[in-house]
Ligand binder design. Structure first.
Ligand SMILES: [Zn+2]
Length: 490
């Protein structure tokens, strides 16, 4: 066990039963099944775990906080950062679903984690997009020419996540599961036109054979940035308060995932009040607590009023490597300065084809980065895994209509949207899944050059933190292909 690994095991009493069910699944004797506890979904075994990944501030290496401007040095810790994990095993396929309280762990680090976990058929590592944790990308260092990442810390995160998945998988226990939803758009602010939110919070409630809750997965779409740009204390932001509130209520481990945070989904202004009825706003730990609790209360509504039983088996995975052209000149410049350190190739013109290596001779050509899109089926529940900050428009097909004539691509075809790709299915959108490639903006709303949409004098915020205009079409096509692969495998 690595130092700091938090054991959250509500299933020890079932240690014997776990072994028996394991035998049953691999077919070593049906007679043993009579010794297993009666559960509706005995083919799915699940365990949760968490490990502290707070950077060490005592070591002397500065920790640069990611998410707003650069040069924000951490001065202390308000609450610890965690990697949290849910392992699901249907007897033949075992997957780890990991969430980290970071701004956006990059795909190369996820590949390093997976290399070490070959006993899993799939490992998902999603970042909550925490804006009050350490830089793990590079662009928030001391100055524009200083990389903000401590590579030794990244190594620790990789090591701890690997060990977390292994430790959690040793505690698998049978569960029944319920999928739930509850909606409250007032808990979100959309800072960019058009106003489209994903106000639906989704839950997966796991109940052990003893009838007690053994885990809860929460999927909610809001930037963890309630503490704002002036804070210098490391914190997991409002998800820490959501998780704390739900842990106290249900006495079980909580795994929190961020969904569609692009577009741009943030905590609301003038919505959350203190004990005296006064509005609380960004940059205040009381606001963080109260907003986190409000999200927790919404999750409790999903658990208690909006849930229905689901199967978690069979588990099926369809994933696809894709190459994204990087049009963003700032990203290219940061790479040239070794502020962004990541393998890149020449854009081949085909998102499925890796291009030639970058060299001095071809440095003027468009470069591309490798990432991944996936669709994970846990029985009745589908996890759409998108490697960045997707706009909610791409979930529901609620594009600006009619298209504003001043956008850069007014005739762009509309991307296939998630709710249509997975029509009739129970789904969760896992944002920043295995990567953070920045904003994923519908092509018909891409608006970088004048004249600007909505009669504005300047571009709306978004494009500056996107790899480019082609990201959304490429990723949504890849997601559709993954969903089709799953459908043909049924
Ligand atoms: Zn963001």
């Amino acid at each position: 066990m690595v130092a700091g690994l938090v054991q959250r095991d509500g299933n020890r009493a079932w240690a014997g039963a776990i072994t028996v069910v394991g035998w049953m699944v691999i077919g070593m004797g049906v007679s043993l099944a009579t010794r297993t506890p009666a559960v509706a979904d005995s083919l799915a075994r699940v365990a949760s775990g968490a490990v502290d990944i707070t950077p060490d501030l005592a070591g002397g290496t500065p920790v640069w906080i990611a998410g707003y401007g650069m040069g924000r040095r951490a001065t202390g810790v308000h609450d610890p950062l965690f990697a949290r994990c849910l392992v699901v095993d249907d007897g033949s396929t075992k997957v780890a679903l990991v969430s980290v309280d970071l701004v956006g762990l990059q795909f190369p680090e996820v590949l390093r984690i997976r290399e070490r976990l070959t006993e899993f058929q799939y490992v998902l590592v999603s970042s909550t997009h925490n804006h009050e944790g350490p830089d793990v990308i590079g662009i928030w260092g001391r100055s524009p020419i200083h990389r903000g990442v401590d590579d030794a810390y990244l190594d620790q995160v990789v090591e701890k996540v690997v060990e977390l998945c292994r430790q959690t998988a040793r505690r698998l226990a049978p569960v029944t599961a319920e999928f739930g939803t509850a909606t409250d758009e007032s808990l979100l602010r959309d800072s960019r036109e058009p106003q489209v939110k994903d106000g639906i919070l989704r839950t997966l409630t796991l109940t052990g054979a003893d009838g007690r809750k053994s885990g809860l997965l929460v999927d909610w779409s809001s930037h963890p940035e309630s503490m704002g740009s002036k804070n210098s204390l490391l914190t997991a932001d409002f998800p820490a308060a959501t998780i704390g509130w739900l842990e106290r209520k249900y006495q079980c481990p909580i795994t929190y995932f961020s969904g569609a945070v692009g577009g741009l989904m943030t905590p609301p202004r003038n919505r959350i009040r203190d004990d005296n009825g006064q509005y609380l706003n960004e940059g205040d730990f009381t606001f963080m607590e109260r907003y986190g609790q409000a999200v927790g209360e919404l999750a409790a509504r999903a658990v208690e009023e909006g849930s229905s039983a689901v199967r978690l088996h069979p588990i099926q995975i369809a994933s696809q490597r894709v190459y994204l052209p990087v049009e963003n000149a700032l990203y290219r410049a940061a790479r040239g300065l070794n502020v962004l350190v990541r393998e890149a190739t020449i854009w081949s013109g085909d998102p499925a084809q890796k291009g030639a290596p970058l060299s001095l001779e071809n440095a003027d050509q468009t470069m591309a980065i490798e990432t991944e899109v996936a669709c994970v089926r846990l029985g009745d529940v589908y996890l759409a895994c998108i490697p960045g900050e997707i706009y909610p428009e791409l979930l529901y097909g609620q594009f600006q209509d009619p298209v504003d004539p001043n956008v850069d691509y007014p005739d762009a075809p509309l991307e296939p949207h998630l709710d249509k790709i997975l029509a009739g299915k129970k789904w969760m959108l896992i944002g920043l899944a295995n990567d953070e490639v920045g904003y994923i903006i519908p092509l018909c709303q891409w608006d970088k050059v004048p004249p600007f949409a909505y009669g504005r004098k300047e571009s709306q915020y978004g494009e500056v933190n996107s790899c480019g205009s082609q990201v959304a079409p490429i990723l949504m096509q890849a997601l559709r292909q993954c969903a089709m692969k799953l459908e043909s495998a049924r």
